[in-house]
Design a protein around this ligand. Structure first.
Ligand SMILES: Cc1cc2nc3c(=O)[nH]c(=O)nc-3n(C[C@H](O)[C@H](O)[C@H](O)COP(=O)(O)OP(=O)(O)OC[C@H]3O[C@@H](n4cnc5c(N)ncnc54)[C@H](O)[C@@H]3O)c2cc1C
Length: 415
């Protein structure tokens, strides 16, 4: 294989698996190799904390492509095989098995890895993180009626795990170091709504709590808190955020800035190397600052754009972020980045559903967070995404007025 006809994608997650598809659909006739360090065929991660923990589906049922896809599309999927170095000058990737692959263009889509806790006992059996299928199956095996599950971190992963564990009949306690849940992701009102829901369902959610250490002989059986209190438990799930997997890129000399730093075309400082998904940071044109997103929609969108640009297109990334989370029978959908503004309007969209609109200091709509039933929030959040994309200047009162159809506001776009 010569560098001239080979596309190589490192990372067989959401982004990598979608990128190889778009490379082929986009007309690339030469070789495509997908290097994936997991043994299973690429799969969707969102079900891991929901349906997989609930025992309703297996990780394999979330496969991104049919098994025959890779053969039919002539994608050389190297499963259970890590890329260990990139030689930018030679345009080659070396694999853990010593094999060296040349590339014409390379996409790094290595995602992110869960942060671990550095307190004593963090390596005891029964202390879990959740990122891959193996993690989910291990946690699912801990769940059952009466089992005491401690969740560290009231972020999306922690709260989804808490919801699933509670639905499986566990006694669940959530410890959060911050004064409230989802500190950086959603307005306080949305976070409170979720916490109320968890408490109604019997989850013990505690804030401003430090974990001093985990206790147990070989297997965790308790958590010692900052005030010395000991909380017994049968298993722990640590959900304290993720860090982009930048090691490969960093060693290759690519610029790192809270992720692999890419330009609007998702290209790194090396014109032959692109990065996309959870691992990359980019300057978002709407927000004018460098951000990194950790969500499914972004991995999908960036996979498509990076693949097209690897094929010679020259398109800048500008999609408005969109994220969802399911907990119990409630859905949260977020368009834009509410954390870059403050809530100025609340719109009732159903009996118990609301959308919160965040504006920045200049009066521009920067984010919308819907919480409630999917059918009652999805449409308005979708329209909000469009309003954000158009940099709309809208009076908050109009958004709050449920008699005003949001779609009608689109007509009044101000650039
Ligand atoms: C439990 C869970 C639930 C989630 N729920 C939601 C949700 O409800 N809504 C939402 O919007 N988002 C959700 N997400 C986030 C979403 O799944 C991620 O944003 C998305 O998977 C990112 O895709 P990615 O391809 O960038 O990274 P990943 O999917 O993490 O894929 C990266 C892949 O690269 C592999 N890799 C790393 N280094 C190497 C190497 N050197 N060589 C070869 N392979 C390597 C990794 O093992 C991994 O398979 C969830 C994530 C998790 C973990």
């Amino acid at each position: 294989m010569s560098a001239g006809d080979a596309m190589v994608v490192v990372g067989g997650g959401q982004c990598g698996a979608r990128a190889v598809q778009v490379l082929r659909e986009g007309g690339w006739e030469g070789a495509i190799t997908l290097i994936a360090d997991e043994a299973a065929q690429p799969y969707e991660r969102p079900p891991l904390s929901k349906a997989v923990l609930l025992g309703e589906r297996t990780p394999e049922q979330g496969a991104i492509h049919r098994e025959a896809f890779y053969r039919e599309q002539r994608v050389d999927l190297r499963s259970d095989c890590a890329a260990s170095t990139i030689d930018c000058a030679a345009q080659t990737v070396t694999l853990a098995n010593g094999e060296t692959l040349p590339y014409h263009r390379l996409l790094i889509a290595t995602g992110a890895e869960p942060r671990r806790m550095s307190v004593p006992g963090a390596d005891l059996a029964g202390v879990h993180v959740l990122r891959n299928a193996g993690d989910a199956l291990a946690i699912a095996g801990e769940l059952g009626p009466g089992r005491r599950i401690a969740v560290i971190g009231a972020g999306f992963i922690g709260l989804e795990v808490a919801a699933s564990a509670r639905q499986r009949g566990c006694e669940v306690v959530v410890f959060e170091a911050a004064p409230r849940a989802l500190m950086r992701a959603v307005p306080a009102e949305v976070a409170q709504r979720l916490v109320d829901l968890h408490r109604e369902r019997g989850v013990d959610v505690r804030f401003d709590v430090q974990v001093r250490r985990f206790e147990g002989e070989g297997h965790v059986n308790g958590i010692v808190l900052g005030d010395g209190a000991v909380v017994p438990c049968d298993a722990v799930v640590v959900g304290v955020g993720v860090a982009p997997r930048v090691g490969l890129a960093q060693e290759a000399g690519l610029a790192i800035d809270n992720g692999i730093a890419v330009d609007p075309m998702l290209c790194t400082g090396d014109p032959h190397i692109y990065a996309a998904g959870d691992v990359c940071s980019f300057v978002h044109p709407l927000y004018g600052r460098r951000i990194r997103l950790e969500c499914w929609r972004n991995a999908e969108d960036q996979a498509r754009l990076a693949a097209l640009n690897m094929l010679g297109h020259d398109e800048a990334y500008s999609a408005v972020p969109w994220f969802w989370s399911d907990q119990y029978d409630m859905t949260i959908q977020i368009a834009g980045l509410p954390a870059f503004g403050s809530t100025k309007a609340v719109r009732a969209t159903g009996s118990a559903s609301k959308v919160f609109f965040a504006f920045d200091e200049a009066g521009l709509l920067v984010g919308a967070s819907g919480v409630g039933q999917t059918g009652e929030i999805a449409r308005d959040v979708r329209v909000a995404q469009e309003l954000i994309a158009r940099r709309m200047r809208i009076e908050p009162e109009r958004l709050a007025d449920s008699a005003t159809k949001l779609k009608s506001l689109l007509a009044a776009a101000v650039q």
